[in-house]
Design a protein around this ligand. Structure first.
Ligand code: FMN
Length: 197
């Protein structure tokens, strides 16, 4: 498809505006094809980075390996909430969480030391966004999740990111079990000032 053709622009516009975040409970149990996971990772790898530092690092959990994540989430919950008795409802909810999506991609940012860290972090954010765009284009339901439990240093260690690579949560992905949600944004006019005269 030619750049600047109306079809190309319409597809890009649709891909951008229809990318949606899905709640974990809105995913089905259906596994995701490995080729689709690869497409998502490949898309992420095309993000821009100043100095070509490409600071994004990913660890993909599927199938039985999600047990490691569930255990790590449960342990992190206990470390954050020492007042809760072992085996509490909250801990169990964190353990169960890992099984609610067929694919969990740990999101790591490895600072290059070559560029200011904020630039690597922004490049990393672009990579996660591109990943999400591809997931949505494939009709898959995903979300970047970044709560205290999933970002806990213990989880980073289990994933194998500590200490150089920073864990910034997970992108989970699966097939949608609900209708595709509609997005909402404040009008762009509320965020832009034109200086043209
Ligand atoms: C860096 C980052 C972290 C996020 N972390 C969470 C999270 O922890 N929990 C959550 O429900 N959504 C999280 N989101 C998703 C946002 O809630 C979501 O993007 C927003 O509601 C807009 O919806 P949309 O993605 O469908 O356009 C995160 C998004 C970004 C960019």
């Amino acid at each position: 498809m030619d750049h600047a053709s109306s079809t190309y622009i319409a597809h890009i516009q649709r891909a951008i505006a229809s990318r949606r975040s899905f709640a974990l409970g809105d995913l089905s149990d259906q596994p995701v094809e490995r080729t689709q996971i690869s497409q998502i990772l490949e898309a992420a790898n095309w993000a821009p980075s100043h100095g070509k530092t490409e600071p994004w690092r990913f660890v993909v959990y599927t199938g039985a390996a999600r047990q490691q994540l569930g255990t790590a989430f449960g342990h992190a919950f206990r470390l954050i909430n020492p007042q809760h008795a072992p085996g509490s409802e909250g801990e169990q909810a964190q353990i169960n969480r890992a099984w609610q999506a067929p694919v969990w991609i740990a999101l790591g940012m490895q600072p290059s030391g070559k560029m200011p860290e904020w630039e690597d972090l922004v490049a990393f954010g672009c990579a996660v966004h591109t990943m999400h765009l591809m997931a949505s284009a494939l009709g898959l339901a995903g979300k970047w999740t970044s709560g205290a439990v999933v970002m806990h240093p213990h989880v980073a260690e289990v994933v194998g990111f500590a200490p150089a690579t920073k864990l910034y949560g997970f992108f989970y992905v699966g097939h949608p079990a609900v209708a595709w949600p509609t997005g909402v944004r404040q009008p762009i006019e509320t965020k832009v000032r034109w200086a043209d005269e």
